[in-house]
Design a protein around this ligand. Structure first.
Ligand SMILES: C[S@@+](CC[C@H](N)C(=O)[O-])C[C@H]1O[C@@H](n2cnc3c(N)ncnc32)[C@H](O)[C@@H]1O
Length: 388
């Protein structure tokens, strides 16, 4: 697939979970984009419409891909209203036959005590600007908008963007319509696969696979399937000026770049209900034959690939917040560590765990750790080495 031209183009910002910026920056640099610069919970880049579409289609760790229209003065309602009106030719971006939704976030902003007031001001400024130019205004659709407008206010400054992902964050690939009790965000699972250093040639096992998120992200990675190929709808495709022919060309290039080759990917869980869920999810992701699922206790696992080169064990272990649950979870990690030492010499482990040094329970040397958040939970991705 041809690389996009390095262009000064639009100012863009792809968001992700805090701590995952290095993974996202590597993806963006790999797409040949210019101005790639990690920031807080995201990475800035510059590009044109095609570049934004490519990021939305291919990124495994981005949540949203924003086209930044400009900075606005947020010292008062009036200044925000004026700034938003002046920030764009709104009648071109959101004409009367389109619908919009505005989402605002506000931090340390004396002028705005709640996000609602900031969002309402942006919406008023946009619809007034379109009405003045066209004699009719676009309407609001919070659940299914054509265009998602975002305002992030920090102190006296707001940043105004259109969201190329649309209403749904890119972590929602579409394969997981049901999840287990403590599901892992698809984007974090994808970052773990990269963090593990897996070369997509050796076996990969998730001994506590739950609904199968890590296995599916591993198989997508190995088969070079762009996650956007699984999504039914794309936010940017509802923008004015969208070129469907360009989207079709991009997606057919991406389909051509996929490969059938895939090393063994094995998921195990002691709960049969979880395995049923994981099976349904792998089927929805179009990967039924890439992932093997079997019932089993992680504490009694034998190496099913003794003759293969050392591979990778990934897991999102259960972790309770009550003391008794936390103790049981620690014991499980302890036993899993023992299994890894006995059966998986030379393998690498990659776990997502609470930040309070829970990883010590594995009793394995730590290679690297990345603090992040899974939803509201403060966690870390940790890689460990199993001695040979
Ligand atoms: C936090 S969940 C994993 C969630 C998974 N990453 C997902 O995205 O759905 C932990 C899983 O470990 C399984 N489990 C707990 N103890 C186990 C054991 N001793 N052996 C195998 N599986 C176990 C549970 O059934 C549960 O599905």
């Amino acid at each position: 697939m041809s690389r996009p031209r390095a262009t000064s183009g639009w100012r863009c910002f792809a968001t992700t979970a805090p701590g995952l910026e290095p993974f996202l920056a590597e993806e963006l640099a790999g797409l040949g984009l210019s101005g790639v610069k990690p920031g807080a919970s995201g990475v800035a880049f510059r590009g044109d419409r095609t570049a934004l579409m490519r990021v939305c289609l291919t990124s495994r760790v981005a949540h949203r891909v924003l086209w930044t229209l400009g900075d606005v003065d947020a010292t008062s309602r009036e200044s925000l209203y004026k700034g938003v009106r002046a920030a764009a030719r709104w009648e071109g971006l959101i004409p009367p036959d389109k619908t919009l939704a505005v989402f605002a976030s506000v931090r340390d902003a004396p002028a705005f005590h709640d996000t609602r007031m900031a969002g309402l001001t942006v919406k008023d400024a946009i619809v007034d600007a379109v009405r003045d130019a066209r004699g009719a205004r676009p309407s609001v659709s919070v659940d299914d908008p054509d265009v998602v407008v975002r305002l992030a206010v920090k102190g006296a400054r707001g940043v105004l963007s259109l969201d190329g992902a649309g209403r749904q964050s890119l972590h929602a690939r579409g394969y997981r319509t049901e999840a287990g009790e403590a599901p892992l965000r698809e984007t974090i699972a994808a970052a773990m696969i990269v963090a593990s250093g897996w070369d997509a040639r050796t076996p990969l096992i998730d001994p506590l696979c739950g609904s199968g998120t890590l296995l599916i992200e591993a198989a997508l990675y190995a088969k070079r399937v762009a996650p956007g190929l699984l999504r039914e709808a794309h936010g940017f495709a509802r923008w004015t000026g969208h070129r469907q022919d360009l989207l079709l060309r991009l997606t057919s290039d991406l389909k051509r770049a996929t490969t059938r080759r895939c090393p063994p990917i094995l998921g195990r869980d002691s709960d049969p209900a979880m395995l049923t869920l994981a099976r349904a999810n792998t089927e929805r992701a179009g990967l039924p034959s890439a992932v093997t699922l079997e019932r089993g206790d992680a504490r009694a696992m034998k190496n099913p690939f003794p003759d293969a080169p050392p591979g990778v064990i990934v897991a999102n272990p259960p972790y309770g917040h009550r003391l008794s649950d936390a103790r049981a979870a620690s014991e499980l990690l302890n036993e899993l560590g023992a299994v890894m030492r006995a059966e998986f010499r030379g393998w690498t482990g990659c776990f997502i765990l609470p930040r309070d040094n829970v990883v010590r329970a594995l009793g394995l040397p730590i290679i690297r750790r990345w603090p992040t958040r899974n939803g509201a939970l403060e966690v870390e991705i940790v890689t460990v080495a199993v001695p040979r």
